[in-house]
Design a binder for this molecule. Structure first.
Ligand code: CP
Length: 302
């Protein structure tokens, strides 16, 4: 049975066994690679919001599995410039019969409804504030590769959690994987409702955590009511060599990217031996290749 038979919009309904099966396949790809298997079909990449990592890692994964990527990027030189809607753009690319559509879009698009109107499965590549499930999976894969089983592990999310679709997906995923979650940052960056442990002080949060996941401060989404300046954020919650002395020598420092250098973390943190930021990107290719293969019925169990 394929891991996933239809669209992949969120992590609900995934069992811990299926997640570990996906990680096994990603690990197999990481250690020895797998030959291209699915030649002659295409992978539609429709990115209505900016992306570097997600778009290019899906594109790389497509080449590695044998799917030819076809790209609609940001609307430039596409019929979006003539006023065609995002939904019509999706339906028209779906009519070209790619194997899957990988879509990044805002909350203004109802991806669930769009998915019901087409026969091509959709993969969520970052959907408004709703979620970014493949990012959460590649982050968790990176954690498992470094720490083993995540049950009981303490995962700290740091920063602009209210606007983070990555955090939203992690809250689904880490619950399935049995990890403990805590949040740290200005109160106005916290979700309006949440059930997680909260730290107002970075030093206490870092002493608690096995993983410190800094999230991008999404200043472009801070329309009203956010009083925290970049300078204050950096002083109170930005990671640097000094405050990371409080963090476990075996801990992992992570960030899904893109990083605001000198706000969420100082550039020096990227050289810390505990930092896994670029490993996350590398693992993103393996994980997304594993997802494409598993959605096409390829299995691997260690
Ligand atoms: N982490 C992430 O989604 O990065 P991109 O916006 O570059 O895809």
């Amino acid at each position: 049975m394929p891991l996933l038979k239809s669209s992949f919009l969120d992590l609900q309904g995934l069992s811990i066994e299926k997640i570990h099966q996906l990680f096994s396949l990603a690990r197999k790809i990481k250690t020895s690679g797998l030959p291209p298997k699915f030649r002659g079909e295409t992978l539609g990449l429709l990115f209505f919001e900016a992306s570097t990592r997600t778009r290019m890692s899906f594109e790389t994964a497509a080449y590695r599995v044998g799917l030819g990527p076809i790209l609609l990027d940001g609307g430039l030189k596409t019929s979006l410039e003539k006023g065609e809607s995002i939904e019509d753009s999706i339906y028209n690319v779906a009519a070209m019969r790619p194997r899957f559509l990988v879509i990044r879009c805002g909350d203004d698009v109802d991806l669930k409804e769009v998915a019901q109107n087409i026969s091509v499965p959709i993969i969520n590549a970052g959907w408004g504030k709703q979620g970014h499930p493949t990012q959460a999976l590649l982050d968790a894969f990176t954690m498992v590769e470094n720490l083993g089983d995540l049950r009981g592990r303490k995962i700290l999310f740091l920063g602009d959690i209210r606007h983070s679709r990555v955090a939203a997906s992690h809250f689904e995923l880490l619950k399935i994987l049995g990890a403990e979650i805590a949040l740290c940052g200005p109160e106005e960056f916290m979700p309006l409702k949440h059930e997680h442990k909260y730290f107002g002080q970075l030093s206490e949060a870092l002493s608690w955590a096995d993983v410190a996941m800094a999230l991008r401060c999404q200043f472009e989404r801070h329309v009203t009511g956010v009083h925290f300046s970049k300078e204050t954020y950096r002083a109170q919650f930005g990671l640097n060599s000094e405050n990371l002395k409080k963090f476990s020598s075996k801990g992992l420092i992570m960030h899904p990217g893109p990083i605001n250098h000198g706000i969420e973390m100082e550039t020096e943190v990227l050289n810390d031996p505990r930092c896994r930021v670029l490993d996350q990107v590398t693992h993103g290719v393996y994980l997304r290749e594993a997802l494409l293969r598993s959605m096409m019925g390829q299995e691997y169990t260690e």
